[in-house]
Ligand binder design. Sequence first.
Ligand code: F6P
Length: 345
Amino acid sequence: MRIGVLCSGGDSPGMNAAIRGAVLRGVDVHGFEMVGFMDGWRGFHEGDRIPLDRAAVRGLSPLGGVMLGTSRVPPFARGSDPVEGLRAVRDRAAEYGLDGLLLIGGNGTQTVTSLLNEGGVPTIGLPKTIDNDLGGTDYTFGFDTAVSIASEAIDRLRTTGESHRRCMVLEVMGRDAGWIALHAGMAAGAQVSLIPEFPESIEQIGEWVLSVRDRGRSSLVVVAEGFRLAGVDRAVTREGLDGFGRPRLGGVAEVLAPLIEQRTGIETRATVLGHVQRGGSPTAFDRVLATRTGIAAADAVLAGQWGTMAGLRGDRIEMVPLEEAVGRLKTVPPERYEEARLNFG
Ligand code: F6P
């Protein structure tokens, strides 16, 4: 069997470990031939590929980023006829002699994984995103690493904030779901965690910050990039579009900080964590989750479980039908937000 591996979307710590897990199981145990495409769909369409064997994946587990590269290049040219686009992918897969494709990606990629499988290109999905917002799996690898980095950033901002009696605002990623802000805020004891799922008013945020000051402390506010102020019907966006044609998010901390300062009279500073939270070595948890995901995907190839995704369910990796995962954004439920709110103010 000849299996292709391709990464799409933003990178996520653990992608290297996932590739390594799939190759060790797929090549060494099941006897597959495996080939990796460089920079996602660009490499696939241009024939830019490398053989994946034990030597190619040696020592990969602790490494951040992804050795194959990844991109937001779509599988079908934008604006092209989807039927034609699908035929082009099928033709290429046949040209490379592929029996199937392993696709490592988040929400957008898993939708494509499903489309391709239905269109006659056998596929299996490996879920990854630091945002942890993918349905069909309890956690995605990369999330734990991002939360660790964000928690450490909060710890550090707290000491400088307390010294100057300032309110510190930290912006983390999370376009549609606030998992990183929620978990990092809870881990590091932020006094306010603002997430896209639950808009709050500037009046309420100001009250929390003032009540922290009344207790003689300084506030740490963590905000997800997709947060919206109550009464304002869109997230704060940077100019321009991302690789999927959506408005670029970000900049919410810089908008929020002066509003908080105006409202409370407390000097306030903004920090945008940005891509630091996606970089560097994955945590042990992410390395293990990613490795197990890769192993499960290789086993699923052998079992012919095409059209599935290797999801974490409790402590087990299960092959979840793609229909159960795609189009189901996993957002923070009210009870989780209520737990975090215990520390607010
Ligand atoms: O991977 C998802 C994500 O982390 C989002 O939270 C964020 O909006 C986006 O990536 C940023 O991606 P880019 O690397 O294209 O700027």
